[in-house]
Write a protein that binds this ligand. Structure first.
Ligand SMILES: [Zn+2]
Ligand SMILES: [Zn+2]
Length: 708
């Protein structure tokens, strides 16, 4: 049994009100499942039973280990409950009443029981003071629940139990381990069956399986590390094609390309706000070191340090000296203009006579400490060493791009400035969360940052959306939705930067563009990025499975933190807005998605092996003719190869089909005599002989136009 880490957070009342009909059906089905389990095992203790992506679960504590063999009898009881078509009755109670019922084992039960409803007591305690407390009751089953539910159990159209996992109560491993029973429900049987057909098909199209069969990527956990995919030549071919697509499209749309290093100093992320807290968990720990080349004030410090280490001349320090040593490194780090001193440092500096304080701020601290003269050699040397530098692997490209913006003076005439880069990011995902190409630790992002005047935002944002629609067409994505995440005013200054007016202003701008462009979108409160509203782009693969592939963000806060300005028409300095956009997401996730979408049968322009020329026999003139065909294609950058051996043509075709080669050109004596080739398409079979020149021209055109 796998431990389940996906703990659904307690929903707010707002979120509950927005639950879709399908979510209500699924959550209602969780109550019905609990009812059925209690009929079979009356002492079952229930914890939480929310709807989740693709279904629902309910956590239960029970002596009996529920296994899939138990599902038929649980489902039997559930059907009975649905057939009885009981009303989901909402009962509002006082906290005292609820506590009394929980103590008597009545909550999450069919009747009062000897043992209290221990998890419901915990859930009750989580309900904020002032929030109404309610039960939902179907038949004898009463649950502590804020709803919402469907009207009657009979509204649950069709359901199935799917799996069992283990999970800790409230997701905390200090709490008891529970059994998490998963199921799913739909409006009707047709939708339920379509869902399971899709799940079966998705298994066949699993990007990890196809990726291995086709030799697209490898994950070498022993030598390279988990979550760090290696692109094999065939996978790299797809990577390069996507990158070419992005380059061409962005070039036409007025982007300029930049290149940035994979690491940056801590100061970068303290300034962006990703550190110290907001994003720290998703970043790899820093690399810490002192610069080895000692220059100027630090020269010779290492030598002194070595001497001191053996001499060990310890001496008594007065209070002020001790404090200075203790806080020395901090003071030195904080001296950089533009960064802030800690409160403690500030207080101390304020307490110093002003000339001394000035000296400290300017960080002539080295000399100051040495001049004290009574410090040990070791302390002197330590004081003279260069500070410890902290570098981070970049988890996002924006800060680097911001520094590119800052590298030159900017005028309104330079805007919009659209900086594009397929940037490599590193994010620390827990090893248990890693999954093939979909959740990784190194990500190649189709990134760009558009710096624009606020008045140009609509135009720029529209252009970004156009880009998406263009890509959707190329990849044949018919169904998509843009999830527009906004802030929650109650969490300003905590989860979201405290700029109430800018939030409203920017969100209105985004909403207006989405509305007027007729793009399919939904609005999701409380899920914005900390610096601005966010749009997640969700697409459905050819088999109807949903993927989150890309994110756009509007940033009104971080450019300000970096002090980015442009000189406007009126000769004043203004802060630009920044649009973060990555329509093709990351290579990892996007190719993972494409593998499933195409089931590995990539269109010609993306196919790792585009053309294979197969000879009927190995007659030398025939082989020469075949080789010249391959050469002509390769001269035009087509990924073409030849199979000229003695194998029977049937076997050669079978091999090429197996490798999912897009186009096979079969050449026999008759083809050669007619300066022709016989064309065969993967999965489609023979499409007939054509003049060689025409076939080559058609292949080149199909690649150039990126035909599906
Ligand atoms: Zn409920
Ligand atoms: Zn960004």
């Amino acid at each position: 049994m796998e431990s389940d880490k996906h703990q659904a957070e307690r929903k707010t009342l707002d979120e509950r009100a927005k639950m879709t009909e399908l979510e209500r059906i699924r959550h209602s089905c969780a109550h019905v499942m609990a009812t059925a389990i209690l009929r079979l095992w009356p002492d079952a203790q229930f914890a939480a039973g929310p709807p989740v992506e693709n279904g629902f679960y309910y956590d239960v504590d029970l002596q009996h280990r529920i296994s899939p063999e138990d599902f038929p009898k649980i489902e039997e009881e559930m059907k009975r409950e649905i057939k009885a078509n009981r009303v989901f009755e909402k009962i509002v109670v006082t906290r005292e009443q609820a506590m009394k019922d929980a103590q008597s084992g009545r909550l999450g039960g069919l009747r009062e029981r000897p043992a209290p409803s221990k998890f419901k007591i915990g859930n009750l305690e989580d309900i904020p003071e002032g929030e109404p407390i309610s039960y939902f009751k179907n038949g004898d089953f009463i649950d502590l629940c804020a709803g919402p539910h469907v009207m009657r159990t009979g509204n649950i159209g069709a359901f199935r139990l799917t799996s069992v996992a283990s999970a800790y109560y409230k997701g905390d491993e200090k709490n008891p381990q529970l059994q998490r029973i998963y199921g799913t429900a739909f409006k009707n049987k047709t939708e339920l069956e379509a869902y399971f057909t899709m799940v079966e098909e998705a298994k066949k199209r699993d990007h990890r399986k196809i990726g291995q069969e086709m030799g697209l990527f490898a994950i070498d956990t022993e030598f390279v590390g988990p979550g760090l995919p290696l692109w094999l030549p065939k996978g790299a071919a797809i990577v390069e094609e996507l990158e070419r697509l992005a380059k061409e499209t962005e070039f036409a749309a007025g982007y300029v390309r930049v290149k940035t290093p994979h690491i940056a100093k801590e100061k970068m992320y303290l300034t962006s706000g990703h550190l110290p807290k907001l994003y720290a968990e998703s970043m790899f720990p820093p690399m810490e070191f002192r610069e080895k080349q000692l220059t100027g004030e630090f020269a010779g410090a290492e030598r002194i340090y070595q001497q001191a280490a053996s001499a060990k001349q310890d001496i008594e320090l007065d209070e002020e000296e001790s404090w200075l040593i203790e806080h020395y490194n901090e003071l030195r780090e904080k001296r950089t203009p533009g960064t802030e001193l800690s409160d403690e440092s500030r207080e101390y500096l304020a307490s110093l006579p002003s000339d001394k304080a000035k000296e400290a701020v300017n960080c002539a601290m080295e000399r100051f400490l040495v001049d004290l003269g009574r410090l040990s050699m070791k302390d002197k040397a330590e004081a003279m060493l260069p500070p410890i530098e902290r570098y981070y692997l970049k988890a996002m490209n924006c800060p680097h791009h911001h520094r590119i913006f800052a590298a030159e003076p900017r005028s309104y005439r330079d805007l919009p400035l659209r900086l594009a880069e397929y940037g490599t990011n590193y994010r620390y995902e827990q090893s248990g969360e890693l999954f093939g190409l979909m959740r990784v630790r190194s990500l190649n992002m189709n990134d760009a940052h558009i710096y624009c005047q606020p008045e140009k935002f609509t135009e720029e944002f529209n252009a970004v959306n156009e880009l998406y629609l263009k890509y959707f067409k190329i990849f044949g994505l018919e169904k998509y939705v843009m999830r527009f995440s906004t802030h929650d005013p109650k969490r300003l200054g905590e989860k979201f930067v405290n700029e109430p007016e800018l939030w409203i202003q920017t969100e209105n701008m985004v909403r207006d563009v989405l509305k007027s462009s007729g793009i399919n979108y939904v609005e999701v409160p409380n899920e914005a990025a900390f610096y601005g509203p966010k749009i997640d782009v969700q697409v459905w693969s050819a088999i109807g499975r949903e993927f989150s592939i890309a994110t756009n963000q509007v940033d009104f806060a971080v450019p300000k933190r970096f002090g980015l300005v442009y000189r406007d028409r009126d000769n004043t300095d203004k802060t630009p807005l920044c649009i973060h956009r990555a329509p093709l997401g990351t290579h990892e996730r996007f190719i993972g998605f494409l593998i499933e979408h195409y089931a590995g049968n990539f269109p010609l322009w993306l196919a790792p092996e585009q053309v294979r020329v197969l000879t009927i026999g190995d007659d030398p003139p025939l082989v020469d003719y075949a080789k010249s065909t391959v050469a002509e294609l390769r001269d035009n950058m087509v990924r073409a190869s030849g199979d000229y051996g003695t194998d029977p043509i049937k076997a050669k075709i079978a091999n090429a089909e197996q490798a999912k080669v897009h186009t096979m050109l079969v050449i026999g004596a008759r083809d050669m005599a007619a300066h022709a080739v016989s064309v065969r398409l993967h999965g489609k079979g023979n499409v007939g002989a054509k003049p060689k020149g025409q076939v080559v021209a058609e292949i080149l055109a199909a690649i150039k136009e990126r035909l599906a």
